[in-house]
Design a protein around this ligand. Structure first.
Ligand SMILES: [Zn+2]
Length: 254
């Protein structure tokens, strides 16, 4: 495949940024979640933080007047890349990122990347889902917002089919996933009932101040798609549930 120079420059940038991030961590053993905070000083929030993710959403949440979430995603003419980060697929968006925005309470964030965890990291009243997608957004001031979507096993998902069509991916690859149109809609539920709460990155350095939006309604992927996607994920890449420490969780039912 012939690729223009700026794309090589972008790919090189991605590879360098992943190499600079040197501290090794994993989901098992001596470098697993219970030890993340000791692996590097900058990981201290993984143990000392008071607003860590993921969490178990309680069964009963008071519905308040929560402002709606405006998701404006347009994946036409979008170049997507996928790469391995700590054993999991991460799908990155080349610019223009301003095509894909999230607005909540008059603050706008741009979609930077999305990725999957299996099983789900967040739980819903104790329920664990086979998979959870995370859409990571960043605002102009650098703050982060993550939209979480649960996946159940059911019908084949056309967006997941596009991702799987870019196989095979090895740990050294950065694949061009879609150069034109990507169907992001099937990765999000039609009904946008969501929980809003403060949390953190679920991977080191576990930085806090992340605004979370967790969709209540799951979307589906087929058992075969799930099995294929899991080949590109560690056996489990779900961080254990963290203490809520009395955090407020808002429910928007609009
Ligand atoms: Zn994640």
């Amino acid at each position: 495949m012939k690729i223009r120079n700026y794309r090589w420059a972008l790919l090189a940038g991605l590879l360098v940024s992943s190499l600079l991030y040197a501290a090794e961590w994993s989901y098992t053993g001596a470098t697993g979640p219970m030890h993340w905070a000791q692996l590097e000083p900058s990981f201290k929030h993984c143990a000392a933080g008071a607003e860590q993710s993921p969490i178990d959403i309680p069964a009963l949440i008071a519905t308040k007047n929560v402002p709606p979430l405006k998701l404006r995603y347009n994946f036409t003419h979008q170049v997507l890349y996928e790469r391995y980060v700590h054993g999991a697929i991460e799908i990155l968006l080349a610019k223009p990122r301003e095509q894909n925005t999230l607005t909540w309470q008059r603050k706008t964030y741009q979609l930077v990347q999305f990725h999957f965890h299996s099983p789900s990291e967040n739980h819903l009243a104790g329920k664990v889902f086979p998979m959870e997608g995370h859409f990571v957004h960043q605002a102009a001031d650098g703050s982060l917002a993550v939209v979480g979507v649960f996946f159940n096993i059911g019908r084949a998902n056309p967006s997941i089919a596009q991702i799987l069509a870019a196989r095979p991916l090895t740990s050294k690859n950065v694949n061009i996933l879609a150069e034109q149109n990507f169907m992001v809609q099937a990765l999000l539920p039609a009904e946008r009932v969501f929980y809003a709460f403060k949390g953190s990155l679920t991977t080191p350095p576990c930085s806090e101040g992340v605004q979370w939006f967790l969709m209540q309604h799951p979307v589906e992927l087929s058992a075969q798609q799930w099995a294929q996607l899991k080949q590109a994920l560690p056996i489990s890449n779900a961080r254990p549930i963290q203490n809520r420490h009395g955090r407020a969780i808002l429910l928007n039912t609009l």
